[in-house]
Write a protein that binds this ligand. Sequence first.
Ligand code: RAM
Length: 528
Amino acid sequence: MPAVCILDDFEVHKNEEFLKIAEELKPELITTQVKPVRLLYKENPGEGFSDKKNVKEEEPSLLSGKVLKKDDRVVLDFGDHQVGYVTLDLASTGSHQDAPLYLYLRFAERIEELDSDPAEYNGWISKSWLQQEHIHVDVLPARLELPRRYAFRYMEINVIDVSMKFSLVINDVTLKAVSAVSQDDVEPLAMDDPLLQRIDRVATRTLQNCMQDVFEDGPKRDRRLWLGDLRLQARANYQTFKNYDMAKRCLYLFAGMTFNEGKLAACLFLDPEPEPDDTYLFDYALLFGSALLDYYEETKDEKTLKDLYPVAMRQIEIGLDYLTEDNIVPDHSDEFWCFVDWGDGLNSQAASLAILIYSIRYGIRLAKYMGDTDRIDLLQKKEEELKKSAVEHFWDEEQQMFVSGEERQISWATQIWMILARVFPKEKNRELILRTIEVNPRIRMVTPYMYHHYIDALIRSDEKERALNEMKRYWGEMVHDGADTFWEVYNPYNKYESPYGSVMINSYCHAWSCTPTYFLRKFYEEKK
Ligand code: RAM
C-alpha cells in the first residue's frame, strides 16, 4: 500500500470561466436497452462458475418459468461488458407473500469473479466498490429499479430467502446501458489479422464503456477522471469516436480546478459538484501538456490552446522547482507521488526525471505553436541540461542500462521513459530497448498504462513489427484469458496481481488499457 499524502494546506483555485466551458460540453448520454442473452446456473448451487464444464446454459426467456426458492442461484449473461442501470420485474407464486423477499445481487465483469467471496476481501481500498446488494422486497409483485450504475457482463441473483409458503418468479430483467458514444459508429479495423481485429474491438468497447460524463478511468472503479488515464483515452478517442468535445471538456475541467501554487490534481470528482482530489502526481500533472498538444494537433482549436497553455507551462515550472542542486528529481518512491506504474517495489526516481524531460519536449512544441520564443529558448536549455544529468546520474555504463534510486534499481519503466525522453539518439535508444527485452529486468510492467509506453518506445525506435507482436502477446493474451474489455492490471507473469491487495477490487474495464486501437489505427492500418 503506498503512503497516501493528505495535504493539510490544500487550497483550490477555481476558474469559473473554464468550468463553464466544461459544463456546456457535458454530453447527453446515449441509452440502449439490453436483455440478457444466456441464463446460467449450476445443478449444485454451491459450485463455482470458473469451471465452465458444469455450467448449465438456457435461453434467458426461460427465467420467467422458474420457481425460485431459498438458496436458488441463477446468473444472467448480458453477452458483453455493459455499463448501466438494471430493472427487475418480480412476482410471487404460491400462497400470499407472508414474509419479505430477501435477495442478494452481484455484478461481475468476468464470470470468475462470482467464485470469490466478498466477505474475504481485505484490500486497502474500500470494499464498497464490490458490486453487490442485499435487498428486501416487502410487497410483490414489484418493479425493482436499482439506483446504482453497474459495470458488468454477468449478474448473479441469489434468493437468500422467501418463505415456506411462497416462491419468487422473475418475469424480466432489463439493462439501460449508457455511454456518451456508440461503438457502432466506429468502422471496424481494416486489417486482416483476426486477433488484431478482436483486440481492436475489445479496446473500443473498453473506451466506449469508460466514456460517460467524462472519460472515467473505470466504470466499476474509481469512476472518475484521472489525468494520466485521460491522456491515453483521448489518444484512442481521436482514432475512433472522435468525440472532441469530451476531450476538451476534460482538459478544461482540470485546468479549471488547480490547487496551491497552480498544481493540477491527479484526479477530479464530478459529483455533487466538480472538485479536485487533494492528490498531486508529479508525472500526471506534467503530462497535461502532452494531452493538450495531442488535442490541439487533432483539432487545431486555437482558443483552447491559448486558454490552457499557461496551465501546462505552470506544471513544467512546478516540476522544475523540485529539482535538486544536482539537477535530478528527489526520490519519492515511498510515497504515492509519481505514479509511473503499479509495479511492486518500483523505484520511480529516474523515470520522474525522464518524464520531466519528455514533458519539456512537449512544452517546446506547444510553445512553438504559441510563438512563445523566450519560452522555447528556456525550455530547450533545460532539456539539454537535464538530459546530461540523466546520463550522469542514472546511466550505468557497465550494465548499459539506466538505474534508479539509491539501490540503483533496473526496471523496464526506467528504460522506457528514458527512451521516450530521447535522452539518447534514436539508434542508441533502439539498442537500449532491445537490451531491455533481452535482460528482462525483474521489475516488470504490470499495467496496460505502462505497456502503452513500452509500445510507444518500440515504435519510436523503429521497431514497428516488434511492437505489433508485443501488442498481440500482451493484449492478445488478455483476450485469450477471456477479456471482453481490457483490464486495469495485467501482469502475464502473475495473473493474480493486484495493487490493492485483492484482485476482487481490480477493474476489468479500464480505459488506460484501450490504446491498441490508437496504435493500430494510427500506425498500422492502411489508410483508406
Ligand atoms: C488507480 C486508478 C487510475 C490510475 C491511478 C493512478 O487508482 O486505476 O486509473 O490513474 O490508480
